[in-house]
Design a protein around this ligand. Structure first.
Ligand SMILES: Nc1ncnc2c1ncn2[C@@H]1O[C@H](COP(=O)(O)OP(=O)(O)O)[C@@H](O)[C@H]1O
Ligand SMILES: [Mg+2]
Length: 164
């Protein structure tokens, strides 16, 4: 894989959540944010921050058993889709459970385990990998960002600018 466009060190869960919050404030309808990393990496922690920054009236939790959670906010009628594809049997199953059209929904989309979507994944997305790298400190993570497509590139640039 190519070099990440952005790499951020996170010393603890609070910091990861805060990064999510900063990104959440910038999300537009149909933005796709992929969260990659093993079990316990911090994908849902980051997603919870995104929900907070976006203004969700409900907390984002782990949607492992429901595939997609929908969240709302008081500012407008958008929906924040939070998907956990961990238990998705095949990419096609997304259609059969009725989530084939969330890509055209009125709101941003967060996806944990996007690798499971295969061909169903759209062409444009922000790709964020979260990795624990230190055995000395179990709270340390590195977040690496890549963007695919023009809008995701713009989103990443805005995110970087918002952190300065
Ligand atoms: N720097 C960090 N970033 C994110 N989570 C962290 C960090 N340090 C410790 N943690 C903990 O690791 C766990 C991550 O869980 P979760 O976000 O549900 O992971 P995932 O969704 O990737 O399976 C949480 O218990 C969180 O408090
Ligand atoms: Mg999770």
């Amino acid at each position: 894989m190519t070099q990440p466009a952005l790499q951020i060190f996170s010393p603890n869960a609070h910091s990861t959540r805060q990064l999510g919050q900063q990104l959440g404030q910038l999300l537009q309808p149909r933005d796709v944010v992929c969260l990659v990393g093993g079990l316990g990496a911090g994908k849902t922690t980051f997603a919870a921050g995104v929900g907070q920054g976006w203004g969700s009236t409900s907390r984002l939790t782990s949607p492992t058993y429901t595939l997609v959670h929908e969240h709302h906010r008081s500012a407008d009628f958008q929906t924040l889709y939070h998907m956990d594809a961990y238990r998705l049997e095949t990419p096609d199953a997304l259609e059969s459970v009725g989530f084939g059209d969330i890509w055209e929904g009125n709101g941003p989309i967060l996806i944990e385990w996007p690798e499971r979507l295969g061909e169903m994944l759209p062409n444009e997305y922000l790709w964020i990998e979260i990795e624990a790298e230190s055995e000395l400190d179990e709270n340390q993570r590195t977040l690496r960002f890549w963007s695919q497509g023009e809008r995701a590139g713009q989103l990443l640039a805005e995110f970087e600018a918002s952190r300065k």
